[in-house]
Design a protein around this ligand. Structure first.
Ligand code: GUN
Ligand code: FE
Length: 443
């Protein structure tokens, strides 16, 4: 790819509470990294504007950073929008493990993953942190599909060996088998043709503590350190899961994961609604992060993650679709629902309780904060340099069309109201072009 300059109106978060809307010129170097940024009206802007390879965004569009999906189960895509009638512990055995078992067939995987990756790009997801399945071949198909379409993908071969929770036909036969498979998978992803720049990376993925033996969890912690690989898992997702781990280990998920060596730099804990303050402090100390999945939480968690506290304590956090515990592949939709869930947490929901006692005061987040979670929050949690359209960051960006239908933006609007409008009304229909690492991946 050769260097180019983009000019147009851009909206991005400076902090969770501050969004900026400016006419900018961005110089994107041939490695996909933004090298320079200049504001309209300056000499630097004029210099960039005279570039030979200029991409000028039309006045009725807006450039925003690409979105990060910090928690998605790729194999569950065929189930999205169905099967939400059971609690987590029944849903896994009744619907989800049987579906995931089908990925022993790599051809089936290819059909699903082709459709999913393209759908996510249409929805503006430029980085995705994926759970795949226990199948090495099918999980490599997912990694190859990300490379094919140019999506930044973090792909996890799922590790699960616990005979009490996992069915005989859907688990690794032993901790050692799961460790060997994970090690092979890490090497295989790193060696994939077309992946020389490391756009797609392997991730160590114990499904969650209830599905894994202590030997497997310990082994994966050691492997993460040895091979310098990121980790993802579910933590303190629901009352059932949280108490199951407390009973088994005598600790919360977060402390137990730390003891297993799994709470590391950029480890992502999905859901995390039942973390206590000590847990959150530990997550912060380890430079790990949380994937907030507000839609899924409405079905499985039994409680809402207090995102207000998470943001105020400066714990890394982004958004996850949790396909298919969540039904929507859109991070914009999850950003909306994050705002709604926080409002419900703040007000409480039972009208029979007096308002002063109904909820948890001061627990709302606003739309600018939701926009941050969707863009920079997720990227930062994962350690990806992108999400704000700043020099030194990858050019991962979306061009939104703001003239038609519900996303009609007033040209007089403030950055804050623009962020609100986008979170509420952006959809695949309003996303025109998508770039990842400087490469145009959707026109
Ligand atoms: N906990 C363990 N596996 C899963 C899963 O597939 N989805 C969700 N939401 N939680 C889990
Ligand atoms: Fe999940």
């Amino acid at each position: 790819m050769s260097a180019f300059v983009v000019t147009g109106r851009a909206l991005a978060s400076r902090t969770p509470q501050e969004t900026v809307l400016e006419n900018v010129a961005l110089l994107v170097a041939d490695d996909g990294i933004i090298q320079r940024r200049a504001i309209c009206g300056t000499q630097a802007y004029q210099d960039l504007q005279s570039s030979e390879t200029l991409v000028h965004l039309p006045d009725d569009t807006l450039l925003v950073p690409g979105l990060t999906d910090l928690h998605i189960h790729a194999p569950q895509w065929p189930q999205a929008g169905t099967a939400l009638d059971r609690p987590l512990e029944e849903w896994l055995g009744t619907y989800t493990f049987p579906l995931e078992t089908r990925y022993s067939d790599a051809a089936f995987a290819a059909t699903v993953y082709e459709d999913l990756v393209q759908t996510l790009l249409r929805n503006g997801t430029t980085t995705a942190l994926y759970f795949a399945t226990i199948h090495e071949e099918a999980s490599l198909v997912l990694a190859r599909t990300c490379i094919k379409y140019g999506q930044r993908g973090f792909v996890g071969l799922v590790a699960m060996d616990h005979p009490d929770l996992c069915p005989p036909n859907y688990r690794q036969a032993s901790a050692q088998d799961a460790l060997d498979a994970t090690r092979r998978f890490i090497h295989a992803v790193r060696a994939l043709p077309g992946n020389e720049a490391g756009l797609v990376q392997p991730v160590i993925t114990p499904r969650f503590i209830p599905a894994c033996s202590d030997a497997l969890l310990n082994g994966l912690g050691a492997l993460a350190a040895e091979m310098n690989v990121k980790v993802q898992t579910h933590a303190s997702e629901s009352d059932w899961e949280h108490h199951h781990v407390l009973e088994r280990t005598g600790q919360t998920d977060t402390s137990a994961l730390d003891a297993f060596g799994l709470l590391r730099d950029h480890t992502i804990l999905a859901h995390a609604g039942f973390l206590n303050q000590n847990d959150r402090t530990l997550v912060k100390e380890r430079n790990a992060g949380l994937a907030h999945c507000p839609i899924s939480n409405a079905f499985f968690a039994g409680a809402a993650l207090p995102v207000r506290d998470v943001l105020d304590e400066h714990v890394h956090c982004g958004l996850g679709t949790d396909i298919s515990g969540g039904y929507s592949p859109s991070i914009f939709e999850n950003a909306r629902q994050a705002v709604l869930a926080s409002r419900m947490l703040e007000s409480g929901t039972n009208p029979e309780i007096p308002p002063a006692k109904r909820g948890l005061p001061n627990h709302r987040i606003d739309f600018q904060e939701a926009f941050w979670l969707a863009t920079r929050g997720g990227a930062e949690a994962l350690g990806v340099p992108s999400g704000q359209l700043l020099p030194g960051q990858a050019f991962d960006a979306l061009e939104l069309r703001c003239t038609s239908g519900s996303l009609r933006l007033s040209s007089q609007g403030s950055a804050a109201s623009c962020a609100q409008k986008i979170v509420c009304h952006a959809s695949p229909e309003t996303i025109d072009r998508v770039w990842i690492n400087g490469r145009l991946v959707k026109e």
